[in-house]
Design a protein around this ligand. Structure first.
Ligand code: FES
Length: 220
């Protein structure tokens, strides 16, 4: 065999190997590619009701549960070809959503003044100005710890309120800000809006920091 033949067989072998291996690898990794590289989600890009702003107290967060419908995106082809066969139809992922009024943190970690507007709880529909004021005053946060996703709990101790993660001791303030422990950042915030009826709505979408740390919440 000449050197040219040898190289030719080598190139052909590499091409054949790529043809045989790339499609199955792409198939296996497609959920990761779709979610991480293309930013697609299993949850429809809709707004989902959380609850009324009148139920959120001052000085402590309120927990709501939102049930997001889910269709796993790797069954997309199956959905198109045979909608009857969608196994995930009707399934939901319940998310615990913590909502609090933005609160000043005093020295020593004590909770100060909250930004709860005086008109909240008066009833009636909200004007556009009121909606803007409420929107700027709310924290709408995921309960999944930014470390490895355990659900955080609200804990009050000697006038000092904190979200505590029971798994490895991550700590966050009432505004979701990082206070201590292994998490690399504060709690994730949902994309949310407040409507005239005084209700909060969220999308299954989070504030992902730009740059290298594009980590999504682990448990959603
Ligand atoms: S999962 Fe919350 S601190 Fe580790």
């Amino acid at each position: 065999m000449t050197r040219g033949d040898f190289l030719g067989f080598g190139v052909l072998g590499a091409i054949f190997g790529a043809i045989v291996t790339i499609p199955p690898v792409a198939f296996v990794l497609s959920p990761v590619i779709k979610t991480d590289a293309l930013g697609q989600s299993d949850v429809p890009d809709d707004w989902f009701e959380v609850g009324p702003i009148s139920e959120i107290p001052e000085g402590e967060p309120k927990n709501f549960v939102v049930e997001f419908p889910v269709n796993q995106i790797y069954s997309e082809e199956e959905i198109i070809n045979n909608p009857e066969a969608v196994k995930t139809e009707g399934e939901v992922i319940p998310n615990a959503v913590w909502v609090s009024w933005k609160t000043e943190i005093l020295e020593g970690g004590k909770l100060g003044k909250t930004q709860r507007p005086a008109f909240v709880g008066e009833g009636g529909s909200l004007s556009q100005e009121q909606i803007q004021e409420v929107t700027a005053s709310l924290n709408v946060m995921s309960s999944s710890c930014a470390h490895l996703g355990c659900p955080v709990r609200w804990l009050v101790r000697e006038g000092e309120g904190l979200f505590l993660c029971p798994c490895h001791g991550g700590l966050y303030g009432i505004n979701g800000e990082y206070q201590g422990g292994p998490p690399p950042r504060g709690l994730y915030n949902y994309t949310f809006e407040v409507r005239e009826n005084g209700m909060i709505y969220v999308k299954h979408e989070f504030d992902i920091e730009p740059g290298l740390n594009k980590q999504q919440p682990y448990v959603v």
